[in-house]
Design a binder for this molecule. Structure first.
Ligand code: UDP
Length: 400
């Protein structure tokens, strides 16, 4: 599947009311037709960004400081054009370079990987196209995949979830395999293992929300995003008009301590409809009846936790095994929607699809069935239970 990128339109209005208004209206029309709209504006009479969360704004240095523009002369207008020329040109060049680079990468990265349907080159945990991977990373990958040197392996998964894959790996490595997951449900202890302080106050907020209405958003404990993605996610969530609980981990936005990069006017726009916390009790959150969807990076623990609580997903994988998990969730199990681009309009559309559409209801039905399979595997005569007994015998039989 080739991801169709939105074409960008750059609007450059004169900074006067009679010019700005129709230009912004034109922008709204073009945006509703599927274009990505950039408004390149002067510092003088800059438009209010918070009124147009759907646009990208670029401020140009107009060099008008100290000049009275209440009655602009022709000379002022000439200066305005001259002063903004370089800034606009540089911006357009960098925009086009970025697009060209993305198109070049997309064309290779979206090709299917032979014999590994539904995976594409971009989904593998290490870059196979780029042969400049540093040696320490290659060494790490080799060590991780050196299963053959183990006497046996224990897997946090279930036979009835990915039996054919497990058989293929087992055949290849020829060592005993023990899939005994999901570990968080098989473990008798329920005490917290969290390294970060959990903000329990969001549970009261969840209690006040309607059943299946809340989207839970979290990208796990490791990945970082840039401020651009934070802002796109913020407006995507706000514009979807769905309640959300969003975990923004301390240090998870590159170059910022926490959520300072959130756009101005965002908190006012969302009001009580959204809640942002630094860290949540994720398993309890997913089990809460108000939660109807999970916007996730598809870490394996999050994936299993979501399936076990029957919460369908929006998949926003970033690195390591996450793209593979996302591919299986969206293409094989069909319990998740792949986020095609981390752009506000795509996020808005995908959130609405998950939470409100018939397709979203189908995902929910499938994840309920999937959970049932897991429950079956955990029963006394189920595969995880049986494998656990075998594992116990295997460990006991090892020479001491
Ligand atoms: N988690 C949590 N609170 C949060 C976010 C995540 O307790 O606010 C937990 C989540 O329940 C899961 C783990 O952190 O058990 C994340 O593991 P995963 O494999 O999903 O992703 P990773 O952090 O390794 O990328």
């Amino acid at each position: 599947m080739k991801v169709q990128k939105r074409r960008s339109v750059v609007l450059v209005p004169y900074p006067f009311q009679g010019h700005l208004t129709p230009m912004l209206q034109l922008g709204s029309i073009l945006h509703s037709q599927g274009f990505s709209v950039v408004v390149a504006h002067t510092e003088f009479n800059a438009p209010d960004y918070s009124n147009h969360p759907e646009f990208i704004f670029h401020s140009m240095n107009d060099g008008l400081q100290g000049i009275d523009m209440s009655m602009p002369s022709l000379e002022n207008m000439y200066d305005l054009n001259e002063n903004c020329k370089t800034s606009l040109k540089n911006y357009l060049v960098s925009m086009m370079e970025e697009e060209e680079e993305e198109e070049f990468q997309d064309s290779q990265l979206l090709d299917p990987l032979p014999e590994l349907h539904p995976l594409r080159f971009k989904d593998v945990p290490f870059p196979v196209i780029d042969n400049t991977v540093p040696e320490p990373i290659l060494e790490f990958c080799r060590a991780m995949s050196n299963i053959g040197s183990s006497v046996a392996t224990i897997w946090n998964t279930m036979e009835n979830l990915e039996n054919s894959l497990l058989l293929r790996v087992q055949e290849h490595y020829k060592v005993p395999f023990f899939p005994i997951g999901p570990l968080h449900k098989m473990a008798p202890s329920t005490s917290s293992t969290s390294l970060l302080e959990e903000d329990g106050s969001c549970m009261e907020w969840l209690d006040r929300q309607a059943p299946n209405s809340v989207l839970y958003v979290s990208l796990g404990s490791l990945v970082k995003i840039d401020d651009k993605e934070l802002i796109e996610t913020a407006w995507g969530l706000a514009n979807s008009e769905q309640p959300f609980l969003w975990v923004v981990r301390l240090g998870s936005v590159s170059g910022f301590q926490w959520s300072e990069a959130l756009p101005e006017g965002f908190e006012k726009t969302i009001g009580e409809r959204g809640r942002i916390v630094k860290w949540a009790q994720q398993k309890q959150v997913l089990a809460h009846p108000a939660v109807g969807g999970f916007f996730t990076h598809c870490g394996w623990n999050s994936t299993l936790e979501s399936i076990c609580e029957e919460v369908p997903m929006i998949c926003r994988p970033i690195l390591a095994d996450q793209p593979v998990n996302a591919r299986y969730l969206s293409q094989i199990y069909k319990v998740g929607l792949e986020l095609e681009a981390a752009e506000r309009s795509v996020i808005e559309k995908t959130v609405r699809k998950l939470m409100l559409s018939e397709e979203g209801k189908d995902l929910k039905k499938r994840i309920v069935d999937m959970k049932q399979k897991i429950v079956t595997g955990m029963q006394i005569d189920g595969s995880s239970h049986k494998n656990l007994n075998d594992l116990e015998h295997f460990i006991s039989s090892l020479p001491s």
